[in-house]
Design a protein around this ligand. Structure first.
Ligand code: NAP
Length: 329
């Protein structure tokens, strides 16, 4: 499959989300496993790695820096600011001075002198005009510390305001068969502005792999425990969608995860999914989606089986929902 563009950079159509190596879905894997995963990813052709100051409150950037910095010229490195840990607590702070400080911390942890794509993880909308946060990131571009600016979970209107300050190379937002919010307006705005769309949680945090059958068995600290769609009764209703979806994947000669990724890849050459995994066999399976050629009929049927009218439950609980732009609720 043809490589995809983020501004003047070119990457494999599927990247790697590194979050779960430090944070999110239960205890992080042992270091040897994380190392094998990251180095194995390079061998599999992954050249776009996604991390954030938030993930493990610096642990994830440190891990990526420790393991991948010897190969720094072989990949596009994305990280995020605006959400980080302070004294063990998650803090949102989009003030210009904080973002510049956060960039310095990220550069040190990542063992690099430049971050290729630096996102504002959330717009600190009650305190800081987005123009001010993006202005700080533009200063970092001028200083040579950051190559391109991205935004995460913003509406089309916020993207346009930010883009007027400095070109926005990428928007990162949840997008998959079961989360279609970007289809409302953000994707269209990205296309008008030449902004690449990076799809996070592209296999629906494991739902679309068919491997997560019982969310009541998830670790007590697993983020999915607080998400309405993963509440046991709701999830049971969503599970009822899977047999037909799994049968469609089998008919198409691929796995359910690959069908989910192939569907995203078919949304446009400006869409780049970043599935996360702690396992090399899962990573290999996911990368296999770039080698599939599925018919429009199969892709349409996947979209008809799993979509906002068939899936039950909100994607976020109210506290997390309050942090995102209303238009992409
Ligand atoms: N900007 C934001 O606010 C934001 C929010 C969330 C995530 N992200 C980014 O997006 C990345 C991906 O999102 P995500 O990790 O939330 O969701 P995801 O990629 O949709 O799903 C990850 C989950 O699916 C499982 N999985 C992945 N591939 C699999 C396969 N082939 N077979 C079976 N299970 C599989 C993983 O478990 P295993 O480890 O067992 O494979 C993990 O539990 C993150 O790493 C992060 O970089 C960004």
């Amino acid at each position: 499959m043809q490589r995809r563009r983020i501004a003047d950079l070119e990457v494999n159509p599927i990247g790697l989300g590194c979050m779960s190596l430090s944070h999110g879905y239960g205890p992080p894997p042992p270091r040897e496993q994380a190392e094998a995963l990251l180095l194995g990813a390079l061998d599999e052709g992954v050249d776009f790695f996604d991390t954030a100051a938030l993930y493990g409150f610096g642990h994830n950037e440190t891990l990526v820096g420790d393991i991948l910095s010897p190969y720094r010229d072989r990949f596009v490195l994305a990280s995020k600011c605006g959400l980080h840990g302070v004294d063990g607590k998650r803090v949102m702070d989009g003030r210009p001075e904080t973002l510049k400080w956060s960039c310095e911390q990220s550069l040190k942890r990542l063992r690099t002198d430049r971050i290729d794509l630096f996102y504002l993880h959330r717009w600190d909308k009650t305190r800081v005009p987005v123009e001010d946060s993006v202005g700080a990131l533009a200063d970092l571009v001028r200083d040579g510390k950051v190559r391109h600016i991205g935004l995460s979970e913003v509406s089309a209107a916020t993207l346009r305001r930010a883009h007027a300050v400095h070109p926005i190379a990428a928007v990162q937002t949840e997008y998959s068969l079961w989360t279609r919010n970007p289809e409302i307006a953000v994707l269209q705005a990205c296309r008008e502005l030449g902004t690449t769309f990076v799809a996070f949680s592209p296999v629906a945090r494991a739902f679309l792999t068919g491997k997560l059958r019982d969310p009541s068995l998830l670790d007590a600290k697993d983020l999915r425990r607080g998400m309405p769609r993963f509440a046991p009764e709701t999830y049971a209703q969503n599970l009822a969608l899977l047999p037909a979806y799994e049968a469609l994947a089998a008919e198409a000669g691929c796995t359910p995860a690959q069908l989910a990724l192939a569907w995203l890849l078919s949304r446009g050459e400006d869409v780049i999914p970043i599935p996360g995994t702690t396992r090399l066999d899962h990573l290999q399976e996911n990368m296999g989606a770039t080698r599939l050629t599925l018919s429009a009929d199969v892709l349409d049927r996947a979209g008809a089986l799993i979509n906002t009218t068939t899936v039950v439950g909100d994607r976020y609980a109210p506290a997390s929902q309050a942090e995102v732009d209303t238009e992409i609720a």
